[in-house]
Design a protein around this ligand. Structure first.
Ligand SMILES: Cc1cc2nc3c(=O)[nH]c(=O)nc-3n(C[C@H](O)[C@H](O)[C@H](O)COP(=O)(O)OP(=O)(O)OC[C@H]3O[C@@H](n4cnc5c(N)ncnc54)[C@H](O)[C@@H]3O)c2cc1C
Length: 511
């Protein structure tokens, strides 16, 4: 195969999974160029250098970046722990390990450099560029990229690994004194908050939990109020259990997705029910869990979930395994009407149940609630800046109260394009090389993650991570990044081999 050039746009966990997948193949040599403007090369937004208090929310097998090797991260941890104390990452309630996110960032860094080292050993040239890509154009046989400094040249392939956005400013508070617009890294973002201040956190997802854990660890004395519209917290992860998926097994679902163009929701529902029934799961309990999510008071739900950490019922564990594993393959097969309905009515439920917090985090929250320091309130209507300093909060039950500091933990905007990637995405879409997906991000093909423009997948342009979340669903967890990386590397190498065999891509393949 002739030398190929691959541009990786964005240097977070997606880029690491992709580079590791490439290094496992005996392809090349070629050139790989990674563009990353932030100081968080390889760590991205989630795994920046930060306090050890905030943890990943999954066990080490689900955090491995290596295709087909679920123990890759665990082995790295074992080696690290010969030198460095593990810092108590074993959860006392479930026996599972939840590693500090900053430590996981170290693993990402070392995995990236090990993979790049392997590629260099085999003759690949590696370029790391510290600028953002602000534009991209397709020519007959390449992708031309522009950065802030001018043109970055032509590449055979480009993979957009630009991640998701920070929290959105849903209440127009940007620039107000006492408003923390983006809490990460929390050790810098929250370090100036006075220990007796009344802190309001907007949002009730995993970011909100991180912020509470930070304040608890740093001995915050003042009240903490968690504010959101619905008050739906992440569920609590249960003690790990061996789960063998059968009806929903990844290989089976992928084979089905290759054969079929559509799958009625009823048929998918039947597969889910068969999987749960075969495993002896309590279907009524699961149904009640899903149906009652917005009706159950948040603290009661948190207590109930915490009490069920050792539950023998496999139902939730099956969902938590199956959704990230097969979600991206099943999603494009479902009728558009049903996909829109899931996003409108059940997205919050799926995220809460399938991205649960570690039990240790739940225990910490409950201790603060019991002590009267933490309050969880739903029905948030308005937050306004007060003329004398601080903020005024109004809730739907008519109550109005003052807080000193507001920390933003609201989910990112629905279009799923991070601000730093908007010029790039606009140039691709404007030039007809990509198309936005109505559910966010860009249109891309299920089996290869090739970007689709005018209904045709482009063999030179790919999307990995959140940018595919509208097309494929649940594309941002590490297991999904690993699976999609394998697809992308296979698609690139297949295309490159076909070009080499034909000596001229123009003769055999459309550009
Ligand atoms: C706070 C937080 C905690 C999380 N915890 C977990 C967890 O415990 N387990 C789990 O499985 N998942 C977790 N996730 C999901 C997470 O999104 C993925 O695990 C993973 O970090 C996604 O990596 P990424 O590379 O796609 O995106 P990112 O990490 O966001 O990296 C994207 C990179 O692209 C760069 N970029 C953007 N635009 C451009 C441009 N135009 N040119 C060049 N570079 C650009 C950005 O600077 C950024 O560094 C978490 C997410 C967040 C936000």
């Amino acid at each position: 195969m002739a030398g190929i050039s691959i541009a990786v746009i964005g240097g977070g966990a997606s880029a690491v999974c992709l580079i590791d997948a490439l290094a496992r193949e005996q392809a090349g040599p070629g050139t790989i160029t990674v563009f990353e403007p932030s100081p968080n090369l390889w760590r991205g937004r989630a795994y920046q250098v930060d306090t050890e208090v905030i943890k990943v929310n999954a066990t080490p097998d689900d955090m491995s970046v290596r295709v087909g090797d679920l123990r890759h991260f665990e082995r790295w941890l074992e080696i690290r722990e010969r030198i460095v104390d593990d810092g108590g990452s074993t959860d006392p309630y479930s026996g599972a390990r939840f590693v500090p996110r900053t430590v996981y960032g170290e693993y990402l860094e070392q995995s990236a450099y090990a993979a790049l080292g392997e590629l260099r050993r085999r003759g690949w040239r590696v370029d790391l560029v510290g600028t953002a890509v602000v534009g991209a154009r397709r020519t007959a046989g390449s992708v031309l990229l522009d950065t802030d400094n001018g043109t970055a040249g032509a590449f055979d392939y480009a993979v957009l690994c630009v991640g998701g956005d920070g929290p959105k400013d849903a209440y127009g508070l940007a620039g107000a004194p006492g408003f923390v617009a983006d809490p990460y890294p929390v050790s810098a973002g929250l370090g100036d908050v006075g220990e007796r201040e009344h802190v309001a956190i907007i949002g009730s997802g995993l970011t909100a939990v991180d912020i509470i854990l930070y304040f608890a660890e740093h001995g915050h004395q003042g009240p903490i109020t968690l504010l959101s519209r619905k008050g739906v917290l992440p569920a609590v992860r249960q003690r790990p259990m061996e789960i063998h998926l059968n009806h929903l097994a990844k290989d089976r679902v992928r084979a089905l997705a290759r054969r079929r163009r559509e799958m009625p929701m009823e048929e998918f529902g039947a597969l889910v029910r068969a999987e749960l029934a075969d495993a002896g799961a309590d279907l009524d309990a699961l149904h009640a869990e899903i149906a009652g999510i917005e009706d159950e008071p948040p603290v009661e739900r948190l207590r109930r979930h915490f009490a069920a950490v050792n539950s023998p019922d496999p139902g939730l564990r099956i969902l938590q395994r199956a959704v990230p594993e097969i979600g991206p393959d099943v999603w494009p097969l479902l009728p558009e009407r049903d996909r829109a309905q899931v996003l409108r009515s059940h997205y919050r439920t799926v995220m809460s149940l399938c991205c649960p917090m570690p039990p240790g985090s739940a225990a910490r929250l409950l201790t603060l609630i019991e002590a009267g320091q933490l309050e969880i309130r739903s029905g948030l209507q308005k937050i306004a800046v007060r003329s004398g300093g601080g903020f005024e909060v109004a809730t739907s039950d008519g109550e109005v109260f003052a807080v000193d500091t507001v920390v933003n933990a609201v989910n990112a905007a629905e279009d799923r394009i991070p601000a730093a990637a908007v010029p790039l995405v606009n140039s691709l879409v404007g030039g007809g090389a990509a198309a936005r997906h109505p559910h966010g991000g860009l249109r891309l093909e299920r089996a290869t993650s090739r970007l689709i423009a005018g209904g045709t997948p482009d063999p030179r342009l790919y999307g990995l991570g959140t940018i595919g979340a509208g097309s494929l669903f649940f594309t941002f967890g590490i297991p999904s990044l690993v699976d999609r990386s394998e697809d992308i590397v296979a698609a690139i190498l297949r295309h490159a081999e076909a070009r080499t065999a034909a000596h001229s891509e123009e003769v055999l393949l459309p550009a």
